[in-house]
Design a protein around this ligand. Structure first.
Ligand code: TYM
Length: 335
């Protein structure tokens, strides 16, 4: 009997620098598990990264290679999944154009992340508005079944599902409607300085986030300075956003429940709790940091991974792009 076909997974991170533990706990560590028994595509989305303007082209190139090394250091073994640079594969922008022509502007203007950017007064280019359509193209080009992401991407994925359904209904069934996969714990890690806000590497306050490459000393200092709540008890709860966030971080690294983490500090004060959390993070990131240094200092290896990844992804992408071009009425290319 034939083996059942493996399900296809696609997810991505922007090439904007070193990942935070939010990216790792909310997304990347789940991808690592999926590569064992799924067909996985993990683009490095440099075309999304240029929506944040202004940026330095040389820095973007550096960030893109760095992100590839981070993916691998986190455990995304390139023998078991396809790692590639989004701009290396023709089809993402082309499919985004077609999908954009089927997406009402109002749907894009309603996106919370877009509205947040407007509120922050960031310069708004049309790419920022179009950002979720390019995400839809990333996912649908590979006909992904499943998209493992953190909680903040939920709304974007609802839009992606709507876009897929709209094209299927307008022409004929072309895309699978992808399922978002959002983890039940640590799906939204908050800022260490303001537990009401998401942890983000674009936060101007460096004490608000921990990066994958932070050394033990930096990790201990940042967690020692993390905002906590009134009271003394170490327990999760809506009245304890700071403590709950630190418990989520611990729970994410140890893969045990928030309650089990809290139970380890019964009767102890916040200071010894923070020391405990810091050691868990130091232990969790240590091997990633070491591996990252090895990979980033081997450019030939990185090139070979990214070349093979782009070739494999391109084959897939052309297949779907040709199919969609035909469905929407473009004349077939001449051989
Ligand atoms: P990006 O680079 O912002 O984030 C990458 C992944 O990390 C998750 N994440 C978090 N999870 C928990 N707590 C946090 N504080 C936190 N911050 C970020 C995000 O949910 C995401 O899963 N739009 C995407 C990139 C993208 C994409 C795609 C994703 C482009 N095309 C196709 C999936 C499928 C993004 O903003 O990534």
């Amino acid at each position: 009997m034939d083996e059942p076909k493996r399900k296809t997974v696609l997810s991505a991170a922007q090439t904007t620098g070193i990942l935070t533990i939010g990216n790792y706990l909310g997304a990347i560590r789940h991808w690592v598990r999926l590569i064992e028994d799924h067909e996985c595509f993990f683009p490095l989305v440099d075309m999304h990264a240029i929506t944040t303007t202004p940026y330095l082209p040389a820095q973007l190139r550096k960030n893109t290679r760095s992100l590839a090394a981070q993916y691998i250091a986190c455990g995304l073994n390139p023998q078991k999944c396809t790692l590639f640079i989004q701009s290396h594969v023709l089809g993402h922008a082309e499919l985004a154009w077609i999908l954009g022509c089927m997406t009402p502007v109002g749907d894009l203007q309603r996106m919370t992340q877009f509205k947040d950017k407007i509120e922050k007064g960031a310069p708004i280019n049309s790419g920022l508005l179009f950002y979720p359509v390019l995400m839809a193209a990333d996912i649908l080009l590979y006909n992904a079944d499943m998209v493992p992401v953190g909680e903040d991407q939920k709304q974007h994925l609802e839009l992606v599902r709507n876009v897929a359904e709209r094209l299927n209904n307008t022409y004929s069934k072309t895309f699978k409607v992808p399922e978002p996969k959002i983890p039940s714990t640590a799906s939204r890690i908050m800022s260490l300085q303001n537990p009401g806000r998401k942890m983000s590497k674009s936060d101007p306050n460096r004490a608000s986030y921990i990066l994958l490459t932070d050394d033990p000393d930096q990790i201990r200092k940042k967690i020692a300075r993390a905002v906590t709540d009134s009271g003394r008890e170490v327990r999760p709860g809506p009245d304890k956003p700071g403590i709950t966030n630190l418990l989520s971080i611990m729970s994410g690294f140890l893969e045990i429940s928030l309650e089990a983490c809290a139970a380890r500090f019964a009767g102890e004060n916040y200071s010894s709790f923070k020391k405990g959390v810091a050691e868990v993070v130091v232990d969790g990131l240590g091997p990633i940091r070491t591996r990252y240094q090895e990979i980033i200092s081997d450019p030939a290896y990185l090139d070979s991974v990214l070349k093979a990844g782009a070739e494999a992804a391109q084959k897939r992408a052309f297949r779907m792009l040709n199919k969609v071009n035909r469905k929407v009425g473009f004349v077939e290319r001449f051989p």
